[in-house]
Design a protein around this ligand. Structure first.
Ligand SMILES: [Mg+2]
Length: 389
């Protein structure tokens, strides 16, 4: 089989709002076509115009080749060999960052093709299922332009997630710091009040995680607040400190009364090696598209296992990436949860309309995908309607 075409779709919800902290308002979808009529789809969480340029830019020398040129005419089922050629061939402009994120979407599409060609779901090709079901956590982002509105909206989402049978919930509690929601600038004590209110809403049985989106400057400042959060029994605290500040992550790991999670933005397992060994994080959060694809994500999972850490993948995109994440999780025994932006509990149009997921969700658990490849269905009309480049 040979790849005959590459389409890069830049998608943007018409109601997008640049002041929001939500990358689910846009998407980058790549479609790979083959001479046997099989089409594979992949997605990545990166500025979609940049990802398109990463794939379509012409090459000029052996260390800066065109991804599109490498793909056309290649066998889509030789995934590892093809990834290596893309990685080595783009190293002078790639190796990390946006090129790796774009390659993640391509690699996802290659697995979709291989699965369809062999009539098997992707998780089987990755090494088979090591879990009978996967537990998604409902990832909740509040709205509101005042402290009270923010707290009440988060508690209302949490209540609905509970009613829908979710066994785990993550609350974004970000009213200060570089990504403070809706122009809020609240004291750290008020963050404690919100976490307390959400825990009270959920009761003691549902796992609760908190994402503060890089809110604190260092471990000491973070600890002044999160040192008081033991009573809320958090499963983890996500990205408390700026992503590059690995020594401060390690210090907080040594002090904090809960697990520390990070890694949503990273590209390649090499970056996770630093985060795990020097940053001492407890929970690694690879995003399949951003990290460079399933194989890189699997390397992160193996690194985590070697160092006694757990995996909870990041995913803030359409049902395409959500389904890809489920395939990875079925293959990963130390994957505790996957992130799940519930289509019915979010405002993101693309999440709600673009993709029919490739699995069933029952009693708070995801059942193994049955269909070949990723098993997703893209709504072509929505793809055309939201395509801007
Ligand atoms: Mg996050």
């Amino acid at each position: 089989m040979k790849i005959t075409g590459v389409d890069c779709h830049v998608l943007l919800a018409p109601n997008f709002d640049k002041s929001l902290t939500s990358s689910a308002q846009d998407s980058f979808i790549v479609a790979l076509y083959t001479d046997e009529g099989i089409t594979g789809f992949g997605e990545s969480d990166v500025n979609p115009w940049i990802a398109k340029a990463c794939i379509e830019a012409p090459g000029t020398h052996t260390m800066s080749l065109s991804l599109r040129d490498i793909l056309i005419g290649s066998d889509p089922c030789e995934i590892d060999e093809l990834w290596q050629r893309m990685y080595v061939g783009t190293c002078m402009h790639g190796r990390r960052g946006a090129v790796i994120h774009a390659m993640g979407a391509i690699e996802m599409a290659l697995w979709d093709i291989k699965g369809k060609a062999e009539n098997r779901p992707v998780y089987e090709l990755l090494g088979g299922a090591h879990q009978n079901s996967v537990i998604p956590y409902a990832s909740l982002q509040p709205s509101g332009r005042s402290f009270v509105e923010y707290r009440e909206s988060l508690c209302a989402w949490a209540q609905r997630a509970k009613e829908l049978g979710f066994r785990a919930v993550k609350a974004e509690v970000t009213m200060a710091g570089p990504y403070a929601h809706s122009g809020l600038n609240e004291s750290f004590d008020r963050h404690t009040e919100v976490v307390a209110a959400v825990r009270k809403t959920l009761g003691p049985e549902i796992a609760l995680m908190v994402d503060v989106q890089y809110m604190w400057a260092d471990a000491s400042t973070a600890y002044q607040t999160v040192g008081q959060w033991k009573e809320f029994d958090l499963f983890f605290l996500e990205t408390p400190i700026w992503v590059d500040n690995l020594d401060e992550y390690a210090r907080l790991h040594d002090m904090a009364p809960m697990k520390i999670a990070s890694g949503e933005w990273l590209a390649t397992h090499w970056e996770f090696e630093d985060l795990i060994t020097r940053g001492k994080i407890d929970v690694a959060q690879p995003d399949i598209g951003r990290v460079g694809g399933f194989r890189e994500a699997q390397k992160v999972c193996r690194l985590a296992l070697t160092h006694g850490r757990i995996i909870v993948p990041h995913c803030w995109k359409t049902g395409l990436s959500v389904t890809a994440t489920a395939h990875l999780a079925f293959n990963t025994p130390h994957c505790a949860f996957i992130e799940y932006l519930p289509p019915h509990l979010c405002v993101e149009t693309l999440r709600r309309e673009l993709v029919q997921e490739g699995f069933d969700f029952k009693n708070g658990r995801i059942q193994p995908p049955q269909r070949p490849g990723l098993g997703i269905q893209i709504n072509e009309e929505v793809l055309r309607r939201f395509k801007v480049a």
